[in-house]
Design a protein around this ligand. Sequence first.
Ligand code: GLA
Ligand code: ZN
Length: 675
Amino acid sequence: MIHERLPKIWYGGDYNPEQWDEETVAEDVRMFKLAGIDVATVNVFSWALNQPDENTYDFDWLDETIDRLYQNGVYVCLATSTAAHPAWMAKRYPDVRRVDFEGRKRQFGGRHNSCPNSPTYLKYAERIAAKLAERYKNHPAVLVWHVSNEYGGYCYCENCQKAFRVWLKEKYGTLEEVNKSWNTRFWGHTFYEWDEIVAPNGLSEEWQGGQNTNFQGISLDYRRFQSDSLLEAFKLERDALKEHTPNLPVTTNLMGLYPELDYFKWGKEMDVVSWDNYPSIDTPVSMTAMTHDLMRGLRSGQPFMLMEQTPSQQNWQPYNALKRPGVMRLWSYQAVAHGADTVMFFQLRRSRGATEKYHGAVIEHVGHEHTRVFRESATLGQELIQLEDKIIDSRVKARVAIVFDWENRWAIQLSSGPSISLDYVKEVHKYYDAFYQRNIPVDMISVEEDLSDYDIVIAPVLYMVKEGHADRLKQFVAKGGTFVTTFFSGIVNENDLVTLGGYPGELRDLVGIWAEEIDALEPSNYNEIVMKDKVGSLSGEYKCNILFDLIHAEDAEVLATYGSDFYKGMPVLTKNQYGEGQAYYIASSPDQVFVQDFVDTITTEKDIKGELDSARGVEVIARNKADEKILFVLNHNNEPASFHTGEETYTNLLTGEEYTGETEIKAKDTLILSL
Ligand code: GLA
Ligand code: ZN
């Protein structure tokens, strides 16, 4: 439970009363009550207000805000306000301002803008966190700390460069080791002094905003270093908070598939993961589901917070579609179904000026409750009250895991060849989607996760194999697990140095194949996956593109071969018996029909079945407590659709209705069922 003082699914979101007058904030609490809102995230961007100059702190407005909220039944998710530094600080202490990818020193402006290695920023961030903790440590309204906001972006300033060298010294010990790990004899890059190493930005090794690099070794390390630097900044504030409030949970809001930070590392440092979910109108719902599962995976399945979503529309996309009627409720329950114990918005009231005035809010500019968005928000709020503590703290249980790794993602992005069209997230999502279509729950796991609870582990494009990972995978398969990996796997170590002796390197004996060459064609060029015989649901021919490993079966059995080109007849799908289990290798990027048939085949082999049968677009997923199971049935379609309860009778937790057999669910509706 995130906090026992509010044992239900929390409902609320970002709230900025400092932008408003007294009359408005009085209206706010009246309307919060109507909407069933019980948590407000405050103080996210108020550093300048809290600290008008170097030595003055003024929290009166915050005292009043928190008291008023509490008196009106609203708890507080208390932010530390450090996500945008004050203008006076930027003027007086240039070190807080970042240097960007092009090497330009930033002026004051924007947000999420502080250099994580700025002594000034770190000093004042830690100080204000400590002051807030001291001040509010006994306030009954405060349930959770929200440090900063959406950490992200890289800095390339002098201080970062210096800190990078220290980071490297800690990691490698000697320059010799750095030179070896980065393969610096290539293009005559040998370093003889530490201070010859510079930040690999657009003035140095990288171009296209960091999409490309000449030297993968330094670029990977700079990403790790910047992710670590921001994480250290987070930890500094966290520890300051913990000193005064050891029992209050601390989080910072993450951004799902955000590329720049290694969130598995971040997850370990938080008491509870929280994240901001902003799909577009056309984001596949299975992509959103996968992202929820990834965020749940950061702390090995522990419930997370949905910290932000819009009640209606965003402002920062090219076209900011409204959430259609019912969609806000549907996507809120989708988050809960995948493990969220809160439903929170950005924002509770629309601001009047600046860049987010056209961002959706529970309270629109009209200012009253007679709006579609408010009505839908209030309906959901009442339902969450009615659900009491029935859902919180329950777990999603999965027998299937998909490996996701940020460093692998960086390495693929930066690899320089063989193809610019290889998209790691897309490849991962293909497999995820096939399970999703069958209502089979999946855990998204790190390369470090314990595999013993799983029957199937899939590691799409496991290009970078980290130390010890191959051995853990082998143990998993040897004990009877099914492992699947794909083309362009097992190629490099953590420094992007190729594992010599034949691809897929450390995975070679596990999958029982050798990849001799890798062909890359512009994606409109397809080859065929030709099945030799029918295997489970797999038969006939499928298409594949992007990359084509030219493989030789060593110990593996060949299930399918390429249908054309000079490697026609070479294996494209293989299966290797390894100990008690099996390892599959898929040598090219297959079409979705193949992936579905393949997933159907291996799940049948393992006797893994989906929660319930349902029409396409009807998602079914369960959260489990001890021996209780709560099923979420989510109809993402624009039309009514059906699902089948089998022999069982399920009761609707909100209406008491009972369902047996073939059951219809309305368009965009969610049913929460217990057995
Ligand atoms: C992010 C931020 C919020 C707000 C929203 C708008 O999630 O954390 O402050 O800017 O985006 O969508
Ligand atoms: Zn910097």
